[in-house]
Ligand binder design. Structure first.
Ligand SMILES: Cc1cc2nc3c(=O)[nH]c(=O)nc-3n(C[C@H](O)[C@H](O)[C@H](O)COP(=O)(O)O)c2cc1C
Length: 365
């Protein structure tokens, strides 16, 4: 099983949904970085189910504990280990899925691959809960990036077929935090909540799309040809459970344009090289252009639904019906917004360290 990402800023995720804790080890965090515990805790709270429509009824305080790598409030340069405890566990419903795998979930291939020894409780390693570790590492990465003037923000742009209008990149943070869906457009957020509630009443679930924008990047971050920005971000983002697609800039729509329409013309603004539009999403040749990095991530609907579905009883080798009890998100998207931000921040931090844009020691802050 592979649980690590990155080269210079390297993270290793660990823990299972119903084990004692979930967490992360971060290697390569610049020494001297002031660790703002409040900031880390705030990011965790954005992932928690406490205030989000369509979120699981599983309620946990999700308090971070730093086990190593911090001395007098600053990163020491040694591995940073962070955990949160799993305190609200109901494992009763899950034994059934070992025998009757949930359509859309990882139960079946995991049973085959790990010979039935994988932890099935709460989805084990395949639970959305493991993303709490990604958020912890992402919060540290954002502290590093902020020191270099780089900000990463994400927002919900679609849920259950409801699409929000485009939002100016400068305004995402301010507007997205106005509602629990992290959607910049209030009226769209209301319709998204209705779509989630309607799905829940039917015993069904819905998916959606998260857009992420990173600003303040200098040109030239990314290690082409095999570790360019797009490939590294895609690798990290696909580690988030339920992600099924990613596009940069105008993405798939570029394939329907002519070169004259698709190319972003270069221009000079206040002495800086810019492009007059940003359909490339701020990446050319796997390197940042200096324009905002823009990407969209597609999340499928939550697999565990109350509505009856067809599956197979693997022990009896016969087709059966499965209606899923237990505590599940009707829509993953609102909780995943901060997870997408975190993965993008982790990758940018790693590539910015590799390019020398961020130093290995941060002296004064
Ligand atoms: C934040 C978050 C919460 C999730 N919550 C649930 C859930 O409550 N129920 C569920 O069946 N899947 C949930 N998932 C999705 C599953 O973990 C995922 O679909 C499953 O591991 C199969 O992986 P795949 O969809 O990437 O193929 C969640 C994912 C994330 C990112």
């Amino acid at each position: 099983m592979s649980s690590s990402l990155g080269t210079m800023f390297r993270i290793t995720s660990f823990g299972e949904s119903h084990g004692p804790c979930v967490g992360v080890v971060v290697e390569g965090c610049p020494a001297g970085l002031k660790i703002d515990m409040g900031e880390v805790q705030r990011d965790l709270a954005r992932r928690s189910a406490l205030s989000q429509p369509g979120a699981t009824p599983r309620r946990e305080p999700d308090e971070v504990r730093f086990l190593s790598g911090v001395y007098e409030g600053r990163a020491t340069g040694a591995p940073l280990c962070m955990i949160i405890e799993n305190t609200n566990i109901e494992s009763g419903a899950y034994a059934e899925f070992v025998r009757k795998p949930r359509p859309g979930h990882a139960d079946y291939p995991a049973r085959v691959k790990y010979g039935g020894f994988n932890d099935p409780l709460g989805g084990g390693r395949f639970s959305g809960r493991i993303t709490a570790g990604f958020v912890l590492a992402g919060a540290v990465a954002r502290l590093v990036l902020r020191r270099a003037g780089i900000e990463v923000d994400a927002h919900t742009v679609a849920i259950g077929g409801v699409e929000a209008p485009p939002c100016d990149a400068q305004l995402i943070r301010e507007r997205a935090r106005l509602n629990a869906l992290s959607c910049c457009d209030g009226p769209s957020a209301v319709r998204m909540v209705e779509a989630i509630e309607a799905a829940r009443e039917r015993g069904d679930s819905v998916g959606g799309v998260v857009e992420c924008v990173a600003r303040g990047l200098p040109p030239g971050i990314g290690e082409p040809v095999c570790a360019g920005i797009e490939s590294e971000v895609a690798r990290a983002v696909f580690a988030i459970p339920a992600v099924k697609g990613i596009e940069f800039g105008a993405g798939f729509a570029l394939s329907r344009l002519c070169g004259s329409e698709a190319n972003d013309p270069f221009a000079v603004s206040d002495g800086r090289i810019v492009t007059t539009k940003n359909d490339s999403g701020g990446v050319l040749g796997g390197m940042t252009t200096g324009m905002p990095l823009v990407l969209r991530v597609a999340f499928k609907p939550t697999p565990s639904i109350a509505m009856a579905q067809r599956t197979v009883d693997l022990d009896a080798n016969e087709e059966v019906e499965l209606a899923i009890r237990g505590r599940h998100d009707t829509c993953i998207v609102p909780r995943a917004v901060v997870v997408v931000e975190s993965m993008v921040a982790i990758v940018l931090c790693d590539l910015a360290l590799q390019s020398g844009f961020i130093p290995r020691v941060m002296r004064c802050q």
